[in-house]
Design a protein around this ligand. Structure first.
Ligand code: ADP
Ligand code: MG
Length: 340
């Protein structure tokens, strides 16, 4: 293992970024100067979003391999650009780590970052490198663009609009519960190898989420223009509250319509929790939640991979779930609260 101090700050930056070559001809200057320079695509507006990830708060290296962490840190930011209806083109990555991380660990992290850059066609434009007293801190900023006037905000939902969800939800939370359980088993009995074959899908959802870069094209192909959109990072309930708050409306969704994978259902049953709770309160699926005018129902209803889960109501801030047994419950916005 190589101590970071053997490379020094500039040596480390050069080492970590040596295999990144920009994909976009519009990237005039990436790493190596005081700032990156990109050429705007005429008429398109800029999108910028950033996330800060702290070891022990947002990720646990006991079950999150560094390569996955790098990949996920990029993907969650790209997801925010897609949730605006935009296209990402670049990222910056800032890291701070304690001396317990050897160069090889950072190589893993950057391998994951590179995989994400390749998978989504984004350029590494720069970043910053520092040391920390304890643990790893990682911040990714994503840049993207969107056609003038075409950004989809959280604020455009209208009563009677249909509430739609891509893919399936609750899986990342199911994966988290399994990994957390296995971590505890490992601490007690390190000699036992867990058999996780029954949980591969949900663990993948937790460790290697993907951003929905395909959805914008689908919608365009079917001539559907969402009235509002948000990505599901904190859970459906929390995201619906954001849409309802910014659109001054309410929402009614149906447990029976929630798209939940059978493996997620199996884990929910194992933990004796209703699968709909995973789907509404489990975060980190990075699917898209959007609303469309009810007039688009015919265009939408046969698209595979989009579930219509309910509709928008005029009741400001009231987000409700109709359970499988027909009860109507208020859904609270139980997003992550790091300060609790
Ligand atoms: P400055 O002194 O201007 O902050 P740095 O020496 O920190 O410059 O960075 C040199 C170059 O390397 C810049 O282009 C910067 O964006 C890039 N860079 C620094 N740290 C990272 C990192 N962790 N990942 C990617 N690029 C980085
Ligand atoms: Mg710097």
């Amino acid at each position: 293992m190589t101590d970071i101090s053997t490379l020094g700050e500039f040596g480390l930056i050069a080492h970590l970024t040596r295999e990144f070559t920009p994909f976009h001809p519009t990237t005039l200057k990436a790493i190596g100067d005081d700032a990156a320079e990109t050429k705007p695509v005429r008429g398109r507006n800029q999108l910028v979003t950033t996330d800060l990830l702290i070891e022990g708060v947002h990720f646990d290296l006991a079950y999150m391999p560094l390569m996955h962490l790098g990949y996920k840190a990029v993907v969650v930011n790209l997801s925010d650009i897609y949730a605006m209806g935009g296209t990402p083109y670049g990222i910056t990555v800032s890291i701070a780590m304690s001396s317990r991380f050897p160069v090889e660990a950072l190589d893993e992290l950057y391998a994951g970052i590179r995989h994400a850059c390749e998978a989504y066609g984004v350029d590494l434009l720069g970043g910053d490198t520092s040391s920390s007293k304890q643990g790893l801190i990682l911040s990714v900023t994503a840049l993207g663009d969107v056609e003038e006037g075409k950004a989809v905000y959280r604020s455009g939902a209208k009563p009677t609009d249909l509430v739609c969800v891509t893919g399936d939800i609750g899986g990342a939370y199911a994966g988290f519960l399994i990994l957390d359980r296995e971590k505890k088993v490992y601490i007690d009995k390190p000699e036992e190898q867990p058999d996780l074959t029954d949980y591969e899908y949900v663990i993948g959802r937790q460790l290697r989420p993907e951003a929905r870069k395909d959805v914008a094209d689908w919608l365009k192909q079917h001539d559907i223009r969402p009235t509002s959109m948000i990505d599901i990072s904190d859970g459906l309930a929390s995201e619906l509250h954001h849409i309802c708050a910014q659109s001054s409306c309410g929402a009614l969704i149906y447990a029976s319509k929630l798209p939940i994978d059978f493996q997620t259902v199996a884990v929910a049953e194992e933990f004796d929790i209703a699968p709909s709770v995973f789907a509404t309160n489990g975060g980190e699926d990075y699917e898209l939640l959007f609303t469309v005018p009810i007039a688009d129902f015919q265009k939408l209803k046969d698209i595979k991979g989009i579930a219509i889960v309910g509709h928008i109501t005029p009741d400001k801030g009231l987000v409700q779930l109709v359970t499988e047994s027909g009860l109507t419950l208020d859904l609270k916005a139980e997003g992550w609260n790091h300060f609790k």
